[in-house]
Ligand binder design. Structure first.
Ligand code: G3H
Ligand code: 13P
Ligand code: ZN
Length: 322
C-alpha cells in the first residue's frame, strides 16, 4: 500500500475519539516492529523521523526501507518529518517521499514562527503534504511550573486560533505539560486538561471544527522496560512518563496524534541489555537486535490496543492512495 498524508486519518480519529500513534523510527528493526504491530491490529499508523534520524540513517535508506515495509500492508501509513527545524529539512523530507511534515518554530519569536510555518504550508500543500506546527514550549523536569510561567510556556488558546488562521496548518502540537525524554515530572504527572479543552473550544468558535491536536512527549516510560534496563546494568533513576490513563483520556478528546520515541528506545535498550547479560558468549547482532524488535512490538501493541484505541482504524476508512 502506498503512503498517505495524515489528513483523513486524523479527521477520523477526532470523529471516533481515538488517537493515531506516531512512532519515531531510525533503523530497520524499529520500523519492522511498528509496522508489524499496526498491521496486526489493522491500525492507521504514523512513522516519524527526526532530522537527526534522517542524518543517522540517510533519507534514501529510510525512504526505501519504509517502501519495503509498506509494500505488503493494507493499512494507512504516513511518513512524517518530526520537529523539522527549517525549510531545507522539510524540502529534503518531501523530496524523499514523506507525506507529512512538522515544522517546529516553537522557539522562534511568534511572528517569525508564523512566517516560516506559512512558507512550509504553501510549499507542502501544493504537493498534498500535510503540515503540523507547534505553539508553546514543552517543559522539562527541571522546570517547576507556576501559574505565570505556565501562561508563558503553555499554548495560549487565543493565540492558537490566530496561529491556525494565519498559517493554514493541518494540525497543532500543543504544550500542556508534557516534555520529551524519560524524566517528565518530578512528582505526580500533571496535564492541563482545561487548557486542552479551551484550545479546542476556541478553535471551534472560530470555525475550525474538530481541529486535530498533537501531543508530543507522550511516552509513558514503561516501568517494565526501565526495570529490565536497571536489572541488567543500566542506571536510570527517577524516570517518569505520561501515565497511560492520561493518554487514554486525551485520545478521547481532541488529541488525534500521540508521539512516542522514548518508549521505543527504552524497549530496545532493555532487550539488548538483557540479551548481553544472559548470553555473554553470543555476538550475532540478529540475536540481540531481534530481541529489541520483539520488545518494541510488544510495547507498540499495548499502546494501540489498550491506550490509543486505534485498533481497526484502517478498516473504518480507506484513505485514497497518494
Ligand atoms: O522529539 C524528539 C524525538 O524524540 C527525536 O529525537 O532528535 O534524538 O531523533 P532525536
Ligand atoms: P517522548 O520523548 O515522550 O517519546 O516524545 C517523543 C516526541 O514527542 C517525538 O516528537
Ligand atoms: Zn516531539
Amino acid at each position: 500500500m502506498s503512503l498517505v498524508n495524515t489528513k483523513k486519518m486524523l479527521e477520523q480519529a477526532f470523529e471516533d475519539g481515538y488517537a493515531v500513534g506516531a512512532f519515531n523510527i531510525n533503523n530497520m528493526e524499529i520500523l519492522q516492529a511498528v509496522i508489524n504491530s499496526a498491521q496486526k491490529n489493522n491500525s492507521d499508523v504514523i512513522l516519524q523521523v527526526s532530522k537527526s534520524a534522517l542524518l543517522y540513517a540517510g533519507p534514501k535508506y529510510l525512504k526505501y526501507m519504509v517502501q519495503a515495509a509498506t509494500e505488503e500492508t493494507n493499512i494507512n501509513v504516513a511518513l512524517h518529518l518530526d520537529h523539522g527545524p527549517d525549510f531545507e529539512t522539510v524540502k529534503l523530507a518531501i523530496e524523499n517521499g514523506f507525506t507529512s511534515v512538522m515544522f517546529d518554530g516553537s522557539q522562534l519569536e511568534y511572528k517569525e514562527n508564523i512566517r516560516q510555518t506559512k512558507r512550509v504550508v504553501e510549499f507542502a500543500h501544493e504537493k498534498d503534504i500535510t503540515v503540523e506546527a507547534e505553539l508553546g514550549k514543552l517543559a522539562g523536569v527541571e522546570d517547576e511550573v507556576n501559574v505565570s510561567e505556565k501562561n508563558a510556556m503553555y499554548t495560549d488558546p487565543d493565540q492558537a486560533v490566530d496561529f491556525v488562521e494565519k498559517t493554514g496548518i493541518d494540525s497543532l502540537a500543543v504544550a500542556i505539560g508534557t516534555s520529551h525524554g524519560a524524566y517528565k515530572f518530578k512528582g505526580e504527572a500533571k496535564i492541563d486538561f482545561d487548557r486542552l479543552k479551551l484550545i479546542t473550544q476556541r478553535l471551534e468558535e472560530a470555525g475550525f471544527k474538530k481541529f486535530p491536536i498533537v501531543l508530543h512527549g507522550a511516552s509513558s516510560v514503561e516501568p517494565e522496560c526501565v526495570e529490565i534496563c536497571n536489572q541488567y546494568g543500566g542506571k536510570l533513576s527517577n524516570t517518569k512518563g505520561v501515565p497511560n490513563k492520561i493518554l487514554k483520556e486525551v485520545a478521547k478528546l481532541s488529541v488525534c496524534k500521540i508521539n512516542m520515541d522514548t518508549d521505543l528506545r527504552l524497549a530496545m535498550t532493555a532487550a539488548i541489555r538483557k540479551f548481553f547479560a544472559l548470553n555473554p558468549e553470543k555476538f550475532d547482532p540478529r540475536g540481540y537486535l531481534g530481541e529489541g524488535r520483539n520488545l518494541i512490538e510488544k510495547i507498540v501493541d499495548n499502546k494501540i490496543k489498550n491506550v490509543l484505541g486505534s485498533v481497526d482504524s484502517s478498516k473504518l476508512q480507506k484513505v485514497e492512495l497518494m
